[in-house]
Design a protein. Structure first.
Length: 104
């Protein structure tokens, strides 16, 4: 996710889930602003979560644009999860419903 650098503290909202309820273990999710980890949490399967993360202006850096990266430690292939009844053979991490930044 990329956005114009507001050069002040912000709150990042992230609504996501892991739709593969057949996954045995929860996923470790990490959110980074550049190289800095701004949030790390465990996301259990089949549970929607809304994260609110306060990010200080210093973590946004000095560039005009800020890049946030969301990653999960155990990707999955929907076609290999019977309960999803999917033919999707892509390797996926988590499902993001909403992500936005609000100045705080």
């Amino acid at each position: 996710m990329s956005f114009s650098n507001p050069e002040r503290n912000v709150r990042f909202y992230l609504q996501l889930d892991q739709p593969a309820a057949d996954l045995v273990e929860p996923q470790q999710v990490e959110v980074r602003a550049g190289a800095e980890v701004i949030d790390r949490f465990v996301l259990p399967p089949a549970k929607m979560e809304l994260r609110r993360v306060d990010i200080p202006a210093s973590a946004l850096g000095g560039a005009e644009t800020v890049d946030l990266t969301i990653s999960a430690d155990r990707p999955f292939v929907p076609a290999s999860v019977p309960a999803l009844e999917s033919g999707d053979s892509r390797e996926l991490g988590v499902r993001v419903f909403r992500a936005f930044v609000q100045p705080s």
